[in-house]
Design a protein around this ligand. Sequence first.
Ligand code: A1LUD
Ligand code: HCS
Ligand code: ZN
Length: 336
Amino acid sequence: MVLQKKTISFVNTSLEELVEKAGGCAVLDGGFATQLEKHGAAINDPLWSAVCLIKEPELIKRVHMEYLEAGADIIVSSSYQATLPGFQSRGLSLEEGESLLKKSVKLAVESRDKFWEAEKRNPGCNGNRPLVAASIGSYGAYLADGSEYSGYYGPDVNIGKLKDFHRRRLQVLVEAGPDLLAFETIPNKLEAQACVELLEEENVNIPSWICFTSVDGENAPSGESFQECLDVINKSNKVKAVGINCAPPHFIESLICKFKGLTGKLIVVYPNSGEIWDGKAKKWLPSTCFDDHTFELTASRWRDLGASLIGGCCRTTPSTVEAISRVLKNRKQLLA
Ligand SMILES: C[S+](C)CC[C@H](N)C(=O)O
Ligand SMILES: N[C@@H](CCS)C(=O)O
Ligand SMILES: [Zn+2]
């Protein structure tokens, strides 16, 4: 008997192709730091989750694998709060810091490759090789003072300072060869402008997304309108998707509608659970939350409103991603 072999393309996939192959909406992973903590990692530290790059690289791989197994089409690296000045203030040299940044991408790529080696032999494999996005947390994440949710960087922070902060890390992460770049929790227009200018100046050819936070459900945390912020991003051909991360999930529906009217780029949403980060106490405060079931019920609505990339951020876990994946991938099967 001749067994028919399914032909699967193993070439690198672009973001647009991945979204298309995923049926119009790809699944992102969930809270990375949250899942590290669930496994006992101590991240109450100025480096936050990036402290695990120094202390627990195997745990980082375990968490990536858990999100891949939950159905993530894209995993985000552990570099959100990994910065060269941050590592230097821990007594590490510039070279050691750069090597940790590269390691964040390498750990994600190794996890993806290991997952894909097994997955592509699975008869149910959809041929969608997951992608690795290198996380680039905002300047506020590095400050570790909650300013990624206020957008207030003080009077001394101008665009030059923000570009200086981001430049070398961006170069090193790009050299490490991720499939995508994920600018996360950008809280104001100035930092969006700095990211857009840097992508041009550094001639970066890896596709990017830029995500903002929001604390009022209508504007960037700085109070600047998303119209102003997206005007800056729309001018860039390097940015392929724009959206919201680590904002409460009940803001997402209206923000997708707003973004749809402001940009032709792909829309990416990965809200947190709804809990509120207390930057001083460094802990999550209870608030109105979505549980996994509510994510499952709402993800298809976000997709229908026009989001092309959907996942979870802080306080969501692999079971959240499993719920999102179940509903989005089932839907794809129903449409097929
Ligand atoms: C996305 S927030 C919860 C990350 C942690 C924050 N930048 C801090 O260090 O306090
Ligand atoms: N990629 C980061 C984002 C924090 S807001 C994480 O999931 O830990
Ligand atoms: Zn988050």
